[in-house]
Write a protein that binds this ligand. Structure first.
Ligand code: ZN
Length: 103
């Protein structure tokens, strides 16, 4: 996937990304995860933008396991390895809801 495609994918869609949900997205959904053996404080969290845009109820309803399947966790692990970072701890994953700024 090209960088341009990635950037385009980060634009909020007109409707929520959950299947058949017609509401306007309120949140850009991300993931917060900590590396194994690191203290879980806000400053040590690894933030992952995943390009998912959800409405208020769908966003609040989303659990880490809805986002982090085996394949996506493997990508995270690989990214950590390539960047020389410690192994991410899957059990530490938390959903992060970032308000979408509409200008
Ligand atoms: Zn929704």
């Amino acid at each position: 996937m090209s960088m341009i495609q990635n950037v385009k994918d980060m634009n909020p869609r007109p409707t929520c990304d959950r299947k058949d949900c017609p509401r306007l997205p309120s949140w850009q959904v991300g993931l917060k995860i900590w590396a194994k053996g690191f203290p879980r404080t806000p400053s040590t969290a690894i933030h992952c933008e995943i390009g998912l845009f959800l409405c208020d109820p769908c966003g609040r309803d989303t659990k880490p396991e809805d986002i982090l399947n085996d394949a996506s966790f493997e990508l995270l692990e690989r990214a950590a390895r390539i960047n020389g970072k410690a192994e991410p701890d899957r059990s530490s994953a938390k959903v992060e809801l970032l308000p979408i700024l509409r200008l």
